[in-house]
Design a protein around this ligand. Sequence first.
Ligand SMILES: N[C@@H](CCC(=O)N[C@@H](CS)C(=O)NCC(=O)O)C(=O)O
Length: 223
Amino acid sequence: MTSQRLPILYTFRRCPYAMRARIALAYAGINFEIREVVLRAKPSSLLELSAKATVPVLRLNDRVLEQSLDIMNWALEQQDPDGWLDYDEATLARMILLIEDCDQDFKPNLDRYKYADRHAELSQQQHRALAEAFISRLDAQLSIQQASGNAYLFGPKPGYADVAVLPFVRQFAYVDIEWFKTSPYTALAGWLDHLLTSELFRAVMKKYPAWQEGDSPTYFANP
Ligand SMILES: N[C@@H](CCC(=O)N[C@@H](CS)C(=O)NCC(=O)O)C(=O)O
């Protein structure tokens, strides 16, 4: 009989990709070993598992998941208690397109807004304006939902897409939170505030000491 061990998650607390993975794992009630990584000094076991060495990486007994969405998908396959994927096919397809836009288009603009001093070809406000294309789209979608009494991007309950984009919207808001609070994106600001104050989000933002090779395991405490 092969011995089964708990999944191991290599993560970085403030990484938005790692956040979406941790949220999904916690939501699915998965117990796992958590290894908080220092990105400039990655542990050798992470480099051995994953040549590209980004976080999050989830080591399972029989495979290694190296993409945050693969980790989300795996977690939701184990358990999806509130039906984050419980939508018709057309809605799921729209969710996936939204997440692709987040990762492929919005995220590079967000990085240039956040690190505008490294991208001096445009001002920080100009970088922000490019990122706002996605932000205003989310705000408009939420405003439409709110008009029907719904609080989330695709209806009355949070779904896969809300969770997948949440950490990136959070990062956008906190580049200049005072500006964000006075911005016209009030539907999005309410959505963000609500999700960030949830027990689930708070649980996955708990601080863990950096893990180094040889350290004894630290386990994620499920909420
Ligand atoms: N496509 C990957 C992207 C993950 C990613 O880029 N993570 C960043 C941290 S937020 C990282 O590990 N960067 C490598 C480094 O900084 O050395 C995913 O979805 O998991």
